[in-house]
Design a protein around this ligand. Structure first.
Ligand code: ATP
Length: 360
């Protein structure tokens, strides 16, 4: 297992002369620690597969370097990088049995037979493939074939990292949950560095100890699920993570106060100095704004609808032109179209040009 460092790594499919804004991966410098369970999360087209393929060597970068344990491996081929990769669709040998498929990556490297047998048994047990070990892979369901693909990725213990590119897309939803928790358990057992690409936040948050969020070819935040929820570094992270996502509204901010739609709300910290000319917004998660009866000290909003999610209700409201979501406290009955909003100041964040500003 290796620590992986990316140093100013960037990729453009349109050649190096293309403007940086069009790069599939804009320059990124970051570290993936040895033994970490990472999810690489973002919407379709944000550059996740490109970044994964740069790490595995399937794609050569336009610029920058990739280091494994401090050694520059950028010029090395995929094979020499010693990476296991599991793709969205099964990659298996139909003519081989399940057992032969699982053993293949080890046989290829001359691992002794006793070690191969032990390792194949362990992975087959883990993925519930033991009853099928002697069956031809071609006769199995799509779910089972993808499990074999996962097994082939996991069977080697000597890899620098295992990369998963949306590996559960073709899997039945019920089995998806099981496999995800198995992968997590396996990560704990084997201390593997795993990078798991997905566009599904639930999948990312349940699998990973660190979630790396990408947006438009950039890594916009890397943090624990709690950090992404409590303190999004970028408005995109706030909006993309959470259901409903974070409210982001234009505001005038000075000192300990933000003015929204002519109303003042208090802030937990002092924002005395903000970049001149920047687009200032405040971000607050719906969980930290309660609707209340309208009152003179409260920002007022018009209710558009109530979403009852069973355990919690969210009011969808409008403040001027901006849409906003706020929690409806238990027992509060919505009798009026207009409500007041009560903010928890410690959860109101300030953003300048989409980036979090730390107050003092
Ligand atoms: P998805 O979840 O849909 O796979 P992604 O986040 O993995 O998306 P990438 O596949 O890395 O994103 O694509 C990033 C950008 O690079 C997209 O604009 C895509 O159209 C472009 N792109 C990807 N592969 C190629 C390629 N081989 N040639 C040209 N452009 C490409």
């Amino acid at each position: 297992m290796a620590r992986i460092d990316l140093v100013d790594l960037a990729h453009s499919y349109g050649g190096n002369d293309a403007p940086v804004e069009s790069f599939a991966l804009k320059p990124v410098t970051m570290t993936w620690r040895q033994g970490g369970a990472y999810a690489l999360l973002g919407p379709s087209g944000c550059g996740k597969t490109t970044l994964l393929n740069l790490i595995s060597g399937i794609v050569a970068p336009s610029s920058g370097q990739i280091l494994f344990d401090g050694a520059d491996i950028t010029p090395l081929s995929t094979q020499k990088r010693n990476i296991a990769q599991v793709f969205q669709f099964p990659v298996i040998y139909d003519t081989m049995t399940v057992g032969q498929n699982l053993a293949f990556p080890l046989k290829n490297r001359g691992v002794p037979k006793a070690d191969i047998d032990a390792r194949v048994k362990r992975i087959a047990d883990l993925l519930d493939l033991t009853p099928y070990l002697d069956r031809k892979a071609t006769r199995l369901t799509a779910d089972a074939k993808q499990k074999i693909s996962l097994g082939r990725g996991l069977v080697r213990s000597d890899v620098a990292a295992i990369l998963f590119d949306e590996p559960l897309t073709v899997i039945d939803p019920e089995l998806k949950w099981q496999l995800r928790s198995k992968l997590k358990a396996l990560h704990r057992d084997l201390d593997l560095t795993m990078i798991y690409v997905t566009h599904d936040q639930t999948e990312a948050l349940t699998f990973a100890d660190t979630v790396v969020v990408m947006h438009d070819g950039r890594v916009v935040q890397s943090g624990t699920p709690a950090e992404l929820f409590d303190k999004p570094a970028h408005t995109f992270v706030g909006y993309f993570i959470g259901s409903p996502g974070m409210n982001i509204v234009p505001a005038m901010v000075s000192g300990h106060e933000a003015r929204i739609d002519g109303h003042t709300i208090g802030l937990h910290r002092n924002y005395g100095v903000l970049p001149a000319g920047a687009k200032i917004e405040i971000g607050v998660r719906p969980e930290f704004v309660n609707v209340a009866a309208p009152a003179s000290g409260l920002l007022s909003a018009n209710i558009e609808r109530i979403d009852d999610l069973g355990r919690v209700r969210f009011a969808r409201v409008r403040i001027g032109d901006a849409k906003f979501a706020a929690r409806v406290p238990p027992g509060f009955s919505v009798s009026d179209n207009t409500v007041g909003l009560v903010f928890d100041p410690s959860h109101v964040h300030v953003y300048a040009d989409s980036r979090l500003v730390e107050g003092v």
